[in-house]
Design a protein around this ligand. Structure first.
Ligand SMILES: *Cc1c(COP(=O)(O)O)cnc(C)c1O
Length: 392
């Protein structure tokens, strides 16, 4: 099947067994904690495989299972789990593959809570770690130790967009028996399928593009059947960070428009970038498909698009002017964390230039933007009106 046909089937029909619920077009929210069985034997059978049959909603729930099946299909994997947040998805995937005395290799500058999980939390339980520049496959290989069990990737990251060569990483890790995990939140399955390059586990913050409406926090773990079952029977059931059936239903609703939303954000971001690159007050736009991006060739090799995130370094070394400019832009770009919703956002690094954070890494003239579903002309107008603040 063509990818687009495949996608249409997954988003509209996959896992929707309408004959089981009155031929309803929209799936039901099975808001029940518990599921009853007719006989001792049928209950016994269900207990043998709690992932396959609803028994208790901390395990399987029918509404959540529809979502799981669609997400697995979207990521070209056999199965998937949905958890209460992206941070939890990363924690379950990494913890499920290490024990005390093991070693994790992770890219430099991953998502902040990925760093805290590996460095602080797992460190407390005797798991060692090395953080390396993921742009350099040789640096990853050089960090290998005989006790290395996990290679944690994030390509691109969501601030400065460094990539890793997924095929090279997967090939090398397989030869060493190292499990590869990637945070694929940036691309979503619409623009990158790491399983096609041999990556073992794909995790997402479902809070971002997958839900897409800034109203659900959720995480996703995709992988082979055996791996998903292993994580389900251990970390998933033990830590219990599930999503509610109601939130799973909202996720299903959000997924219907995933490709349309991604395409819209992607196209609008490219239009804004074209405008910004020509502007005299812009020093540099950082985006994986910009002509001056240092890993442009790799972007084209493994990504089909980039979505709505990009960063800008402005020609301005006055923090007060930067702050004034960013405040004025809040009419169109809200100052907020997260991204992937309908609304455009900004994270100005001048936030960090006070006693809040010692030694900020990025210059105060740097702003990370997320472009939502608004019209390009509407967003450009905000830049056009407010950029002069930087030179006044
Ligand atoms: C937001 C985010 C996460 C964490 O997801 P939550 O749903 O907020 O827990 C992980 N990775 C990336 C790249 C993110 O942007």
């Amino acid at each position: 099947m063509q990818p687009s046909q495949d996608l249409s089937h997954i988003l509209t029909h996959e896992a929707e067994e309408r004959s089981q619920y009155f031929q309803a077009v929209a799936p039901p929210i099975i808001q029940s904690s518990n599921f009853a069985y007719d006989t001792v034997d049928s209950f016994r059978q269900a207990m043998r495989d709690e992932l396959a049959q609803p028994l208790y909603t901390r395990g399987a729930n029918p509404t959540v299972s529809i979502l799981r099946q669609k997400l697995a299909a979207l990521e070209h994997t056999e199965d998937a789990l949905v958890v209460g947040s992206g941070a939890s998805a990363i924690a379950v995937a990494v913890m499920g593959n290490v024990r005390a005395g093991d070693h994790v290799i992770c890219i430099q500058k991953p998502y902040s809570w990925t760093y805290k999980l590996i460095q602080n939390l797992l460190g407390r339980f005797g798991v060692e770690s090395t953080f390396v520049d993921g742009r350099d496959v040789e640096a990853i290989k050089a960090a290998y130790r005989p006790n290395t069990r996990v290679l944690m990737l994030e390509s691109p990251n969501s601030l400065t967009f460094e990539l890793q060569d997924l095929e090279a990483c997967a090939q090398w890790a397989k030869s060493k028996g190292v499990v590869t995990i990637i945070d694929n939140s940036y691309c979503s399955p619409i623009y990158q399928n790491p399983a096609d390059f041999g990556i073992d586990i794909i995790v997402h913050s479902g809070t971002k593009y997958l839900n897409g409406h800034s109203d659900v926090v959720c995480g996703v773990i995709c992988g082979a059947k055996a791996m998903i079952k292993q994580l389900f029977e251990s970390e998933y059931m033990t830590l219990g960070t599930i999503i509610s059936p109601n939130d799973a239903w909202l996720m299903l609703r959000g997924l219907r428009t995933l490709p349309i939303r991604l395409e819209r954000s992607n196209d609008t971001a490219l239009t804004l970038i074209e405008y910004l690159q020509k502007h005299p007050l812009v020093e540099r736009v950082i985006h994986p498909f910009s002509s001056d991006f240092s890993q442009l060739e790799l972007s084209h090799k493994q990504m089909r698009g980039a979505g709505g995130l990009f960063s800008v370094v402005f020609r301005c070394d006055d923090i007060e002017k930067m702050e004034k400019f960013c405040n004025a832009m809040t009419s169109h770009f809200l100052i907020a964390v997260s991204w992937g919703g309908y609304e455009s956002l900004q994270i100005p690094t001048c936030i960090f230039y006070n006693d809040f954070m010692p030694n900020p890494i990025l210059p105060a003239s740097f702003v990370r933007y997320y472009v939502g579903l608004e019209d390009a002309a509407y967003l450009i107008e905000a830049f056009e009106r407010n950029l002069p603040i930087l030179e006044s």
